[in-house]
Ligand binder design. Sequence first.
Ligand code: FAD
Length: 297
Amino acid sequence: MNDKTKDQRFEISFEFFPPKSEEMEAQLWETVEQLSLFQPEFVTVTYGAGGSTKEPTLAAVTKIIDGTKMPTAAHLTCVDASKDEVRAVIEEYRAAGVRRIVALRGDPSAGIGTAYTPHPEGFNQTADLVRALADYGDFDISVSAYPEKHPESPDMSADIDVLKSKADAGATRALTQFFFDNEIFARYMDAVAAAGITLPVIPGIMPIQNLTQLKRFSKRCGATVPGFLDARFEGLDEKPEERAKVAAEVAAEQIEDLGRRGFSHIHLYTMNRSPLVSAVLDNIGYKPQATKAVAAA
Ligand code: FAD
């Protein structure tokens, strides 16, 4: 149980990415160690485009599972891979004790915005991958959701049909792309409910480390960065401490508003850094617990 001092209680989960260098590895383990003290419900580790981080993802997930008490999910994409290749990764995950998967299609290999072509011997769509995972009978399966629709979706209703196909195939929950306007998320959740989807949809929260970089990234993945954020961060480019304080306030305000709207689980995109995420959690009344859950990395 977390030492929650404010009224609203949230379930918390974190996303990490696999490190690409020794320096990044050290940063990941420090982050895992710090954030484990908030006793998340689960954490996830992403998978590189086209399977490019298969080994680092598996290594990071295994190390988190072995070294911490945190339930840990490995992301898995099916782009550019045959079913046999994807199944081989699933078997490796299983052998390592992984029982949580974030099942994804992945971006088209020619880049976001280009046409997606399934591998000739691969899973045609994410729902097929979810079904293959569900057949094992003991996987906890998360999938993606897009409150502002996926950039490839012609409209919101097509996007919600894809979410429904993943729910019907056996997904346990959906984790959303990050968003900053809770009104958009609330409308999305109304549409999800109207489509008869009962799958829990967990809002993804991105604490803003750097607004300029975020805008570039958001454009590619179809997330809107509302104008009020420019106003909040104005004049803070050269003031990192004030900027971090505002970033923590902005994310905490968004989370508290979600709480008032009845949403009680948040999935935090950590970018493998703990100070800002810890500050956000501190602002909503969560304190790290004294007992460390992580074995020395
Ligand atoms: P889906 O949800 O299956 O589909 C996305 C969209 O594609 C649909 O909304 C629809 O527009 C279109 N589409 C799919 N199937 C059909 C169909 N049958 N007919 C018509 N249209 C269809 N990427 C990585 O490479 N590695 C990661 O670890 C990773 N983690 C992520 C985690 C989260 C929480 C999120 C939100 C995204 C993540 N991504 C990751 C990005 C993701 O791979 C891309 O957004 C990708 O383009 C779509 O994959 P998906 O599983 O979300 O696709």
